[in-house]
Write a protein that binds this ligand. Structure first.
Ligand code: D41
Length: 697
């Protein structure tokens, strides 16, 4: 069956040539396959790693070692074969024995009601139909063929009848089993689903590509398609792809359950990822409610979806309904509003940020996209403008996905008007007219004016006053601009000598508000060292880095005196951050401001040097699982470590406590079984607070 090239034309595992081998070696290889497959499944399919990384690596290396020593034991379904085989010259064609159908679309409630009505009429039913609902993943449909539980062929959908053989690429996708789990699978099984790139992976990929001046993908769907279309499987292997299954193709030699949802649950047992949002509902009202619920959740999902697929759950009903012109009558895709729209680029303005970075901002003809009206989009930098080949007057495609700022993803070149104007990057700062410089190897251009530049000063003050910094209540962006424009303040130090009369005289400022502002400024003098450091606005020093610096140096004097070597000892501080810190404290202007701030009475509680053995959670091991509303899991782990605890990836009898957020899965069950202390988010925050960590969610 397999038409793959030589590397995989080896005998199957456990076949004749293994006869010359020590049976113990064969058994060990089989055992390694089982352990690694199971670990892979827990990590990539269930998203619930159980085997520590080091242990996985050890097993993996042992298997590699045995495969090198006994090449006849190297099979295409070996867990070592995910790294990508040798490049192909072209993709072979594959004829789908069972056609891959397409989906009809519904664009509104009425379309959905019509769909349901047609089904009831055709089936001559009056009772509500049971539907299986699944998010419609925005990726690439593929079909996977398993013979005796081993993946032998993978193909794209193509035109539904003929696709391309992408077996080599598919083998690199970690959530696709190379060998099915269990032993009750049919001898021939074809599983269909979507290969997609989760949003995070997509954004990280594009960020890197942008930094390296490489080609970007316009959306996660193109990213998935582009990654699967590679002739070199090693490239595919480097892309963060996932697979989720949603239907059955061919099956020989076994009877499968008679509902779609039960079949998917079986697939899940055999090692496939099924969508955790999949749900069975009753009737059209159930479908509409599911759609509304998921539309709300759309932005929070880890992957992009463009609608919901509704399927008649009963396979007998499906067969009675059949299909018309390649689309089943028993399924429909209810689409969400588009996240990409076309609009006109009216102008480009250049904004100056806190660090002087000059960002081109596109002014657009307002357009409704992804649920909001968008009239601005970032153009990042000059490289991006060149990459897009965009001019003022162009028709552009805007994309707004989730909470990501709207982007221009491409230009409709055919629509470029005669009088399109090219975008010229300013040579001097649009705010202070200082010289604009661009450091070799950096994509951004910066205003060289520093604190001479009103834009940079305003941004520095806004940052200083912000919630995670000095948290000056009532000092919003507009007010900062007013104060600077009126010449009342030049730096954030000047905030502390503001006079009530000056503030109260500002336009639209009531006496009471002015009073409140001055009080808030006074209150801000009591802070923490970490907040103060963050507030200074040192480049690349965010909240987490500021905290790491404090943990390491304990007081400001020690930090200010630190040299490069000392800074590099701090967690997560690399040469670039260290250089920014050094040059910040070396700058006389900054020294003056810091002295000034200390002199007007900014203080923080002293941090005692704690012997690590005195830390409150020393000797304890915690596990963090589920979604916490007020912080990411990494932040939770960082807090635990700060208190001296160890953080582990899996629950065992040695676990002291499990921090369990929403949607905690098997770790929670396991902890309950083992009678381990479980802390919900409130209990966790209380624990932190008890030990002096006040997390501001
Ligand atoms: O998530 C999807 N993109 C998805 C696509 C899904 N959840 N279910 C699907 N079901 C089908 C049928 C009903 C024909 C088995 C599909 C697709 N088809 C599909 N994807 C691309 C073309 C058709």
């Amino acid at each position: 069956m397999s038409d793959q090239p030589s590397l995989f034309d080896e005998p199957e595992s456990g076949s004749s040539s293994a006869g010359e081998l020590n049976p113990a070696v064969v058994a060990e290889v089989n055992d390694l396959h089982t352990q690694l497959n199971q670990a892979n499944y827990q990590y990539y399919v269930l998203d619930d790693p159980q085997l520590p990384d080091a242990q996985y690596d050890r097993l993996f290396h042992r298997l590699k070692e045995l495969e090198t020593q006994y090449p006849q034991l190297l099979t295409p379904d070996s867990p070592t074969q995910r790294v990508g085989a040798a490049p192909l010259s072209h993709f072979d064609q594959v004829t789908h024995e069972v056609a891959m159908l397409s989906l009809d679309n519904a664009f509104n409630e009425q379309d959905m009601r019509d769909f349901n009505r047609r089904i009831l009429d055709r089936l001559k039913q009056t009772d509500a139909i049971t539907y299986a609902c699944e998010p419609k993943l925005d990726g690439i449909a593929v079909s996977l063929l398993y013979e005796n539980g081993v993946l032998v062929r993978a193909a794209t959908r193509g035109d539904g009848a003929v696709g391309e053989n992408i077996t080599q690429n598919i083998r690199t996708v970690p959530s696709i089993p190379l060998k099915l789990l269990g032993n009750d699978f049919p001898p021939v099984l074809e599983v269909r689903g979507e290969v997609y790139m989760p949003k995070k992976g997509f954004e990280a990929f594009n960020e890197k590509a942008r930094a390296n001046d490489e080609k970007l993908f316009v959306n996660p769907r193109n990213a998935a398609a582009g990654s699967l279309r590679q002739l070199d499987p090693k490239i595919t292997a480097s892309r963060p792809l996932e697979f989720c299954c949603y239907s059955l193709g061919r099956v020989d030699g076994a009877d499968l359950p008679n509902t779609h949802s039960a079949i998917l649950n079986l697939f899940s047992r055999w090692g496939f990822k099924i969508n955790p949002e999949m749900k069975v509902v009753n009737g059209i009202e159930g479908c509409l409610e599911y759609y509304d619920n998921l539309a709300q959740k759309r932005n929070d999902l880890a992957y992009e979806i463009d609608g919901i697929v509704f399927k008649v759950d009963d396979i007998n009903f499906q067969q009675q309904l059949g299909f018309v012109s390649r689309a089943p009558r028993w399924a429909i895709a209810h689409k969400f509003p588009a996240q990409e729209e076309m609009t006109l680029l009216k102008d480009v303005e250049f904004q100056v940020g806190r660090t002087g970075a000059i960002t081109p901002v596109a002014r657009l003809e307002p357009v409704f996209v992804g649920g909001v009206t968008v009239s601005n989009a970032t153009l990042h930098n000059m490289d991006e403008i060149q990459r897009l080949d965009v001019c003022i007057g162009d028709t552009v495609i805007i994309r707004r996905a989730g909470d990501v700022i709207p982007q221009i993803v491409s230009v409709v070149q055919e629509k470029r008007p005669q009088d399109a104007k090219s975008i010229v990057f300013p040579k001097s700062c649009p705010v202070c007219e200082s010289h604009v410089e661009r450091i070799e190897g950096e994509a951004v251009s910066r205003c060289s004016g520093g604190l001479v530049c009103a834009a940079q000063r305003k941004e520095a003050i806004k940052h200083f006053a912000s919630r995670k910094a000095m948290d000056i209540d009532g000092l919003g962006d507009k007010l900062v601009e007013q104060l600077v424009d009126e010449g009342l303040i030049e730096s954030f130090l000047d905030l502390y000598s503001l006079k009530l009369a000056d503030v109260a005289n500002l336009e639209r400022m009531a006496e009471k508000s002015a009073q409140n502002l001055l009080e808030a400024i006074e209150v801000s003098k009591q802070t923490t060292l970490a907040k103060f450091l963050y507030a200074l606005g040192i480049r690349e020093v965010g909240v987490a880095t500021a905290q790491n610096l404090v943990n390491h140096f304990l007081d400001l004097r020690a930090l200010v005196k630190a040299d490069l070597e000392a800074l590099l000892e701090v967690d997560d501080v690399g040469p670039i951050v260290a250089k920014h810190i050094l040059s910040f404290f070396a700058e006389p202007h900054n020294q003056k401001i810091i002295d000034g701030l200390l002199n007007i009475g900014i203080t923080w509680p002293a941090i005692e040097k704690k012997d690590s053995s005195e830390l409150p959670l020393v000797g304890q091991t915690y596990v963090v699982t589920g979604t916490l509303a007020s912080m990411g899991r990494d932040q939770a782990k960082e807090y635990l470590q700060r208190l001296g605890a160890k953080v582990a990836g899996s629950v065992s009898a040695k676990t002291s406590g499990l921090v369990a957020g929403e949607k905690a899965g098997s770790k929670l069950t396991k902890a309950q079984d083992l009678n381990i202390t479980i802390l919900d988010e409130d209990a966790f925050l209380a624990l932190l607070s008890e030990h002096g960590i006040e997390h501001a969610g």
